[in-house]
Write a protein that binds this ligand. Structure first.
Ligand SMILES: [Zn+2]
Ligand SMILES: [Zn+2]
Length: 124
């Protein structure tokens, strides 16, 4: 599998029997159907997101990508609980792509996040 953002190769990473694919370049993470929700519930799972959130923020601007699994153009999504988290979702295979640092953010909602959500504008 190739990273839809930087073209790097995606490597399989396993946390407590849940597999994801992480880019060896930009460290973006591809989750198969509902794997991100499954991992969110597991204690310590944020270790899979070991990338630099600065790179993640840059890659967050690349938002018209194709699904690395089935090549369908992906839909741009906003997390319901934390609207400052933007990710991409595939309407066919239902995988999702998170930039580096986004899964850590998705997993825990901090005071800073609450503040960022108050300021977050709509995704254009
Ligand atoms: Zn990448
Ligand atoms: Zn797909």
């Amino acid at each position: 599998m190739m990273c839809p953002k930087c073209g790097g190769s995606m490597e399989k990473v396993t946390f407590k029997e849940v597999d994801v694919n992480r880019c060896s370049g930009c460290r973006g993470i591809w989750f198969d159907l509902l794997k991100h929700e499954e991992l969110k519930k597991l204690k310590g799972s944020e270790v899979i997101d070991d990338g630099d959130s600065k790179i993640g923020r840059e890659n967050n601007k690349i938002d018209r990508i194709q699904c690395p699994s089935c090549q369908t153009p992906m839909i741009r999504m906003v997390d319901r609980e934390q609207p400052h988290i933007w990710y991409e979702s595939c309407s066919v295979c239902h995988g999702v792509y998170f930039d580096a640092g986004e899964f850590r953010d998705f997993k825990s909602r901090t005071l800073i996040d609450i503040f960022r959500d108050l300021l977050a504008g709509p995704r254009e």
